[in-house]
Ligand binder design. Structure first.
Ligand SMILES: [Zn+2]
Length: 289
């Protein structure tokens, strides 16, 4: 990607390096749960974060820089800016108002509106505070552990989490949550897969418009050849079937919460090719029922 030199969002909370008063607590079942989700990109944070850690002293907003000084942070801020521009326009086309989410960069651990996030927590979106949480070291893990390197693979992760924010603004997240209490775990997992695959689709829609962006500094497209393949490779690497197979040697489809590699690729690609949000109804897609 030729991302440098373009607008960076200021909807950043760079909490890296900020000592976490009241945030250093861990251990217990919560941590085990969190450790189990290190593989996943987001999902339902209330299911994975340690709820007991809620109520700790919140980080004072005034201490937190809204700009990143390092390249990884600047990249994230630039990608966030691109999602802001693209989704603001798409919402405007729907006669809706897009409300920007915040992106919290953290290291080690932090407090979120959905509970306590440790370094083992993958990137996630918290609907309660409309913030995306990202420990940038996750990108190293993608590269080293999942063999999913590349800046566009990272952009896909951010776009996927912003996709959850879009779902939240459109009321989809609430609809899914409302069903939580009356569904079995198996049925809930199925619903979770649909929500996740839709976030992949929305990341694809974002990529569709991102591809049309030019970088005047280089007089070239922001997206370069090979970039889309980086996202597809990442989607392939983090499918539930592949992760389960790698971690336990076998696959349990009922326990899927994000979809198979093939499904994740399919829905990202579908959004990327169409660019039309109306093509992303994973909830009534016959192949997912
Ligand atoms: Zn997700």
């Amino acid at each position: 990607m030729l991302w440098q030199g373009r607008r960076q969002s200021e909807n950043i909370e760079d909490r890296r390096g900020i000592s976490g008063r009241g945030m250093a607590v861990g251990g217990g079942i919560g941590t085990l749960l969190i450790a189990a989700v290190v593989y996943f990109l987001g999902g339902d944070p209330s299911a994975v974060l340690d709820q007991q850690q809620q109520g700790n002293i919140p980080i004072e907003q005034t201490e937190v820089p809204n700009k990143a000084s390092d390249e990884a942070g600047q990249f994230a801020a630039t990608m966030l800016a691109d999602t802001e521009d693209i989704w603001a326009k798409l919402f405007n086309d729907m006669n809706r108002q897009y409300v920007d989410p915040k992106l919290v960069l953290f290291s080690n651990s932090t407090q979120s509106g959905c509970g306590f996030a440790s370094e083992a927590t993958g990137p996630f979106y918290c609907p309660a505070d409309s913030k995306v949480y990202l420990d940038i070291s996750f990108f190293d893990e993608m590269k080293n552990r999942f063999n999913a390197a590349g800046d566009f693979a990272q952009a896909y992760v951010i776009a996927h989490e912003v996709g959850h924010h879009v779902q939240h603004l459109l009321g989809i997240t609430n609809k899914v949550d409302a069903q939580r209490s009356r569904l079995s775990e198996r049925e809930m997992n199925k619903l979770s897969v649909k929500l996740e695959l839709q976030a992949d689709f929305l990341a694809g829609v974002w990529a569709h418009y991102e591809q049309q962006l030019q970088n005047p500094k280089f007089n070239a497209n922001v997206i370069q050849s090979g970039d889309i393949n980086e996202a597809l490779n990442a989607a392939n690497a983090i499918g539930d079937d592949r992760l389960q197979k790698e971690s336990q040697g076998y696959v349990v489809p009922d326990a899927f919460t994000h979809g198979t590699s093939e499904q994740r690729i399919y829905w990202f690609k579908k959004g990327y090719e169409s660019g039309d949000i109306n093509d992303g109804d994973t909830f009534s897609d016959p192949s997912l029922n």
